[in-house]
Ligand binder design. Structure first.
Ligand SMILES: Nc1ncnc2c1ncn2[C@@H]1O[C@H](COP(=O)(O)OP(=O)(O)OP(=O)(O)O)[C@@H](O)[C@H]1O
Length: 392
């Protein structure tokens, strides 16, 4: 009887210890970035009840590997109210993983709700969803869209993010209307630098490092001050079958050549996608545009031979800028692009180097502004595109 009591006590202490020792991801700097999977090792569902390890810790096995959820849990009813029953009027867009809705709550707060498609995450995978939420909720960076909540009810899985009023960089660049003025050169540099910092954080600060896998201008959201926020961070690397859902990206113009060949995503394929976004910022063109003549449809193929030729560059630059850009800044920006979109992944720079190059570009622009007084001397079109903003 007493032995039984001691055994039960030991088991109880074991369970308590396991529950009290969650394994949160740490975000220390690391030396050798590895290809990562944010998810903990999969649980072997074929293990029998006789299995030694299984019988010793039957309840707490998953608890020890999933960090606590520190985001709000919403009910479906809450989200239905806030999105007008997921009405078309509140639909912000639809992507690889599901639809995104604008949600306005009773207290006036506005958030974005991503309803994951059941084909992406079947209803029975609720435990996997908890792990996904747990992983993504640990990402905190000023240029990464923050996960603020989730909902897992009736087999539905929804992610609730902060809402960015100015929508995506893609829409801002390519669907500009009377409300969206063309982006100034400085705003473009600011967006590139912020996005580079977000990727540097995922690649080189998070441990294990996170491959975004889906860098493109629709995943860069802009706030009211046009600061960029990278969306979907940690999503593709934690959803079990994400790579299949991302297959349609093959012809989108953002996919690195080696991804198109082998389907293998790496940190360097993210760097390539980032280079394509920079090209979009420079040229105002889409990554792939089938309304253009064949030789100009792929932005990378069309633009890369011209990146080191200043005359060609000035023809390639977004006409919406109306010549208002400092020529040196443009050519340094083009140099960074050329490094990022190299066909050989091993020659592409790590994101920390991209950040440093863009910081130097901004610092030089700020210095020359201080010494010259304004940009007129160096602006291609004689305008003063950048005098009003400090990017550093
Ligand atoms: N947090 C948000 N705030 C404001 N708008 C958002 C937010 N998240 C997404 N959107 C809008 O919803 C659209 C769809 O987003 P989503 O990420 O689902 O798809 P996508 O970026 O077009 O494609 P993919 O799923 O391949 O990334 C975005 O282009 C953007 O306009």
């Amino acid at each position: 009887m007493q032995i039984g009591y001691i055994n039960i006590s030991i088991m109880f202490v074991q369970i308590l210890e396991s529950v009290q020792t969650p394994a949160p991801l740490d975000f220390k700097t690391f030396d050798t970035p590895a290809t990562i999977n944010l998810r903990p090792p999969p649980v072997d569902r074929n293990k029998s009840f006789d299995d030694d390890e299984f019988t010793k810790k039957p309840i707490v096995v998953k608890k020890t590997i999933t960090a606590p959820l520190n985001v709000t849990s919403y009910s479906i009813a809450d989200l239905q109210m806030a999105t007008g029953s997921f009405s078309i009027d509140n639909l912000l867009g639809e992507g690889s993983f599901g639809r995104v809705y604008r949600a306005q709550f009773d207290d006036g707060k506005v958030l974005a709700v991503k309803k994951l498609d059941s084909s992406v995450l079947p209803s029975e995978l609720s435990e996997e969803f908890t792990e996904i939420v747990s992983s993504i909720s640990q990402l905190h960076h000023p240029n990464v869209t923050e996960l603020v909540g989730y909902c897992s009810e009736h087999g539905q899985h929804l992610l609730v993010y902060e809402f960015h009023k100015n929508g995506s960089l893609h829409d801002f660049l390519h669907l500009s209307d009377e409300y969206n003025k063309p982006l100034t050169w400085n705003s473009r540099v600011k967006i590139a630098l912020g996005t580079a910092r977000a990727l540097e954080y995922l690649h080189e600060v998070c441990s294990p490092s996170i491959i975004h896998k889906n860098i493109k201008s629709t995943n860069i959201l802009l706030d009211v001050e046009l600061n960029p926020h990278l969306s979907d961070a940690g999503l593709a690397s934690s959803i079990p079958n994400a790579d299949q859902a991302l297959d349609h990206n093959a012809g989108s113009g953002y996919s690195a050549p080696e991804v198109a060949m082998s389907g293998q995503y790496t940190l360097k394929s993210d760097v390539y996608g980032f280079g394509v976004v920079m090209l979009e910022l420079l040229s105002g063109r889409k990554a792939f545009d089938n309304s253009k003549p064949r030789s100009e449809q792929s932005l990378v193929r069309w633009a890369t031979p011209q990146l080191h030729d200043i005359d060609a560059l000035s023809k390639m630059v977004d006409p919406e800028l109306k010549g208002l850009y400092p020529v040196k800044s443009l050519s340094r920006f083009a140099d960074v692009i050329a490094l990022c979109v190299q066909p050989e992944p091993e020659f592409r720079p790590p994101m920390s180097e991209v950040v440093q190059a863009l910081v130097r570009l901004v610092q030089r622009a700020n210095m020359s502004r201080r010494t010259v007084g304004n940009d007129q001397g160096s602006s291609h079109g004689g305008g003063n595109a950048d005098a009003q903003e400090d990017l550093s």
